[in-house]
Design a protein around this ligand. Structure first.
Ligand SMILES: [Zn+2]
Ligand SMILES: [Zn+2]
Length: 305
């Protein structure tokens, strides 16, 4: 199971009841943030997310509403007693941005690894998060911007019969489930000797800020959860969406339908959009399983089998 909290669902500027862009993901006690707008650490504290085990932060782009919260958050993570590495991923310019932040937050008791402008699917060095495949997609916004898709692989089940047929000594059964190969009594044993068929993992995709692109449906294909910006509820605002490089509810829902995702979560609402629920119908008439984001909305995703 994977637990998520939409920490903030606002775009541009923080509002009294709306923090800025951030999604929190808890995978087996290891924590990931996507974006870190102002107010992120306040929402995290309200939801008892914990700061120490944040191992990965993905930043979509360098607009303030997606990154300004990092200044305080990096410091708070430092005060939480974290000592292992933190990886920060972002578009071109992320290294410079982090270096600028480090002028204000000079001493940190943990090391920051930066991955700038990743071009291919990658994983990070981490005991647990090594199972996670991360992909980035170039979006169309007023500055360089990346969408992310996260695929949490699921290890196959242990298969006793296979272990017996392959003559794997019993003392290796447990260990082989967690390591690719073990050399024992002059023979190499591999994990596929004891594991059954592959099992479907969980895919989460996060796309903000952008115009709709023909590359997005394929990128988000079959996501269990698609978190998508929906700056404007009213279709009449399409010209604003085009000018400011954002999307309407209708456009976000179209992407969800084309990508055949399971669930759509709308976020990044314009400060002028007082009650996004009023426009829910614009999305659900195209893609039924749509949820309107709210600050600190919690969700859990389960494996299929
Ligand atoms: Zn934004
Ligand atoms: Zn932006």
């Amino acid at each position: 199971m994977i637990d998520l909290v939409l920490l903030g669902c606002g775009g541009n500027v923080p509002m009294p009841n709306r923090n800025l862009s951030s999604l929190f993901i808890n995978y087996r006690g290891h924590k990931i943030l996507i974006d870190c707008g102002e107010g992120t650490q306040v929402s995290m504290r309200m939801k008892n997310c914990g700061f120490k085990d944040i191992d990965l932060i993905l930043i979509t782009h360098l607009h303030g509403d997606h990154i300004i919260g990092l200044i305080g958050l990096l410091s708070t993570i430092g005060n939480s007693g974290k000592s292992d590495n933190l990886t920060i991923v972002g578009p071109r310019g992320i290294t410079e941005a982090i270096n600028a932040i480090r002028v204000l937050v000079e001493y940190l008791p943990y090391k920051i690894n930066i991955i700038e402008d990743p071009k291919e699917t990658f994983s990070i060095e981490n005991d647990i998060l090594k199972d996670l495949e991360i992909s980035a997609l170039e979006l169309e916004h007023s500055t360089e911007c990346l969408g992310y898709s996260l695929y949490f692989n699921r290890t196959p089940k242990f298969n006793v019969q296979k272990a017996l047929i392959n003559n794997v000594p019993k003392e290796l059964w447990n260990r082989l489930q967690n390591s690719n190969e073990i050399f024992y009594n002059n023979r190499t044993y591999t994990s596929d000797m004891v594991l059954g068929d592959d099992r479907k993992g969980i895919k989460i995709s996060f796309v903000t800020d952008t115009r709709p692109l023909f590359t997005i449906p394929d990128f988000i294909k079959d996501s269990d959860l698609f978190v998508c910006e929906a700056m404007y509820g009213d279709d009449m605002d399409i010209s604003k969406a085009m000018k400011n490089k954002h999307m309407t509810f209708t456009e976000a829902a179209n992407l969800a339908r084309l990508g055949q995702v399971k669930k759509l979560l709308l976020t990044h609402f314009s400060p002028s959009l007082e009650n996004p629920h009023e426009y829910l119908g614009n999305a659900t008439r195209i893609f039924e399983n749509t949820i309107i984001g709210e600050d600190r909305l919690s969700l859990s995703l389960n494996y299929e089998d």
